[in-house]
Design a protein around this ligand. Structure first.
Ligand code: SF4
Length: 487
């Protein structure tokens, strides 16, 4: 039986079934790591390394085997010459934890957990409290407990001492650690049971990675697909043992958007509202279908940029004279070795010259252009004029129609396969925004060069181009649906 880690413990508090699954599943059963996830993990590792540099006399526990790591940590804790321990492994009973940093403080140890977050929050304190509990129960006197977070004021080139801000959570962590300790027997028992605890559906299940294999298994059009389903309505449906939208009684109170979805799922047909024709045609031609890609990293890629600043790095524009009639394609991809935001803004203004609508999907492009306005006040008039021309295709869909294959979402990843099934992202080297961001960041960090970098640039351009072409095809399909309904 595997030991209970922080991940198992904190999830088991929220859901015993989830705790059991995390304790009992093999690594092979967990989702595969893609480029974006790999990038996130590497960023975390880099932050850990930089934090350790702040304590030059620290000793790293390198052992990966749990028992060996615990023995090594005990040896270091007992050595009066050791002042700082990195990645110390602590265990008591079935519980284990790895403490990012343990530093001698007063007559005990200062526990420091390093996080890549900028903002302090309750979840991070829970994290710290778990390690505090394991240390205290293993006999290590924790005299101070802190989070080491990322400073918003850090800029590229600064010393690593400016990268972090330490927040003292000694009181909160010790109170929470005691609360956690009261629950350990129960959690050990449920997560260590031979049989998986029977799951009980709750609102949180909606975001659980095991949902489809757990309480969502075999349920078509689950009630979690209902947009903005309130806790009250969820409890009412649960009370009636109703989990499929098709089983909801006709007189159940739903908002107009929820009702539209309900009717579509029941009839297995798209529902088109009366105003759909007007919404779809609220476009001035020639129209420009626009999509941005951005990059956001904890360690800034360029000077004078705060951690986690969203930097636009590329765009694609399809100019159309009418629905589906592509006249021209424009694209821009930044040189990853430097901050190209001004160059991007100038190219954007030039490529979008004219009066036609700028068609985007969601509010994201508007946010990016607003960011450029703040950055370059001298371009503000020209950039603001672009904002005035924006038409949001997602809003048109949200306000005017529903298709049973949307499954409660209006993101292009759901609406495109439902309405334009022959257009897919399959076969593309880069097929989603997170991977595009990771690929660009790796290039900026010099990880790829020569042919490899050229291949990635080509894949990035293809991906962004596919996004705007998808909007062209989607808009064309919406027009056909509007026509059919009107006739
Ligand atoms: S789907 Fe719900 S009940 Fe099942 S493991 Fe996840 S949180 Fe627990």
């Amino acid at each position: 039986m595997k030991k209970i880690t922080k991940l198992v413990f904190l999830n088991a508090i929220a859901c015993p079934t989830l705790g059991w699954l995390l304790r009992n599943l093999d690594e092979a059963d967990l989702p595969e790591v893609d480029l974006a996830e790999q990038f996130r993990m590497e960023q975390g590792i880099e932050i850990g390394k930089r934090a350790r540099k702040l304590y030059p006399d620290g000793i790293l526990v390198r052992e990966r085997d749990t028992n060996q790591a615990i023995s090594k940590t005990l040896e270091l804790l007992a050595d009066k010459n050791v002042n700082v321990i990195f990645e110390g492994a602590i265990g008591f009973g079935n519980y284990i934890a790895r403490a990012d940093i343990l530093k001698r403080y007063r007559d005990g140890w200062h526990l420091i957990e390093v996080k890549s977050n900028v903002n302090d929050d309750a979840e991070l304190v829970d994290d710290l409290a778990y390690t505090t509990m394991v240390c205290l129960k293993a006999g290590i006197n924790i005299t101070k407990a802190s989070l080491l977070l990322i400073s918003k004021d850090y800029r590229l080139g600064m010393d690593d001492t400016n990268l972090f801000v330490e927040i003292d959570h000694t009181f909160e962590a010790s109170v929470k650690a005691e609360e956690f300790f009261m629950q350990i027997d129960e959690i050990d028992e449920t997560t260590g049971a031979v049989e998986k605890p029977a799951p009980e559906i709750m609102l949180e299940c909606k975001k659980c990675e095991f949902f489809r294999d757990c309480v969502g298994k075999g349920v078509d059009n689950h009630i979690f697909e209902i947009p903005r389903l309130s806790a009250k309505k969820f409890e009412q449906l649960k009370e009636m043992d109703i989990f499929s939208i098709a089983d909801i009684p006709d007189n159940f109170p739903l908002t107009s958007i929820q009702k539209r979805m309900y009717k579509s799922v029941k009839s297995k047909q798209p529902i088109i509202e009366n105003n759909f024709w007007d919404l779809v045609n609220s476009v001035k031609w020639p129209a420009y279908y626009l999509d941005f890609e951005t990059v956001m990293t904890v360690i800034p890629l360029y000077p004078d940029i705060a951690p986690y600043t969203q930097i636009p790095t590329q765009y694609s524009i399809h100019k159309c004279s009418d629905f589906g009639k592509v006249e021209k394609h424009f694209e821009y991809l930044a040189d990853p070795s430097r901050d190209c935001r001004r160059e991007l803004a100038l190219n954007l203004i030039k490529d979008l010259e004219g009066n036609g609508s700028i068609i985007c999907y969601s509010n994201f492009e508007k946010t990016v252009i607003n960011g450029l306005i703040k950055l370059f006040p001298d371009l503000s008039n020209k950039l603001s004029a672009l904002i005035d021309r924006i038409v949001d295709l997602e809003k048109i869909i949200r306000e005017g129609m529903y298709h049973p294959e949307f499954h409660g979402k209006t993101s292009i990843k759901m609406t495109l396969p439902a309405l334009v099934p022959d257009m897919t992202y399959q076969g593309l080297e880069i097929a989603n925004g997170d991977n595009a961001m990771a690929a660009f960041a790796y290039m900026a960090m010099g990880r790829f060069s020569g042919n490899e970098a050229d291949k990635i640039k080509k894949a990035l351009l293809e991906y962004c181009k596919q996004d705007t072409l998808a909007m062209v095809r989607l808009h064309e399909k919406l027009m056909l649906l509007a026509k059919q309904t009107a006739s």
